[in-house]
Design a protein around this ligand. Structure first.
Ligand code: C5P
Length: 229
């Protein structure tokens, strides 16, 4: 039997939306389904990686053979990711909220009777992908992010690759008519420092398998080089 290509490797995947509390009963969220991130975690585990999935609230079942940490807010996601280090591979597929409510209330906000609405002060959330890519000695060997773009897909994704300091970006065409959002298929380009590669439209499951395969090829080559005298 051939050894699983990612056996002995640790992988961290983020998936789903984050929920940012306004008060104990209300929150700000987004429409991420978690389908792509969960599929990637499952695919990495199938190739033998010890896989940790940090997920916001989704309808997706926990993938087989994956350790799942369920969180709600971006700050909880960051904490769970930091606790998972060190890992060899990090794939950030979560749709992390850019902002949270600065001072979430401990008590349910009440209507004051005057008909006026409260003003929510927002604060910027930590960027988990950029943080992992800048983690110094703890930096995963391969840090991969996603970029959802509606225009200038490759240009914007290359900018994101540089800004976030990650190794690869999966650039996702979410323009209207692309059928990506909430759907089962995806149209992506793999952006690396050496260029952009167009992948044919395929299901999120197929993208996950192809990405996991590429990760396995890359991580095993790097290991061999590292062991060369
Ligand atoms: O900056 P933008 O949200 O477009 O970047 C998307 C990529 O960055 C995704 O891989 C997402 O998981 C990651 N991200 C993150 N933490 C944030 C915002 C985005 O990890 N606060």
């Amino acid at each position: 039997l051939r050894k699983a290509p990612l056996q002995g490797k640790r992988a961290l995947v983020t998936s789903g939306p984050t929920y940012e509390p306004i008060d104990p009963v209300r929150y700000i969220a987004n429409r991420s389904s978690g389908k792509q991130g969960h599929a990637i975690a499952a695919a990495l585990a199938r190739l033998g990686a010890e896989t940790i999935l940090v997920s916001g609230p989704t309808r997706e079942p926990d993938p087989l053979g994956v350790t799942v940490h369920h969180i709600e807010s971006a700050r909880e996601m960051l904490g769970a990711c930091e606790a998972a280090l060190p890992v060899d591979i990090a794939v950030c597929a979560a749709a992390v909220a850019d902002w949270r409510v600065a001072d979430a209330s401990d008590q349910k906000l009440k209507k004051d009777g005057s008909g006026s609405a409260p003003t929510l002060q927002l604060a910027t959330n930590p960027d988990i992908l950029a943080g992992l890519a800048a983690a110094g000695a703890k930096r995963p060997k391969l840090v991969i992010g996603f970029a959802a773009e509606t225009e200038k897909l490759i240009e914007h994704a290359q900018g994101k690759l540089a800004r976030k300091g990650c190794d690869w970006i999966i650039a996702n065409d979410v323009s209207s008519g692309s059928g990506t959002f909430g759907g089962d298929s995806n149209l992506v380009h793999l952006i690396t420092r050496s260029g952009a590669e167009a992948w044919p439209r395929m299901s999120k499951l197929e993208i996950a398998d192809r990405l996991a395969q590429r990760i396995a090829e890359t991580v095993s080559t790097t290991t061999h080089q590292a062991h060369r005298p």
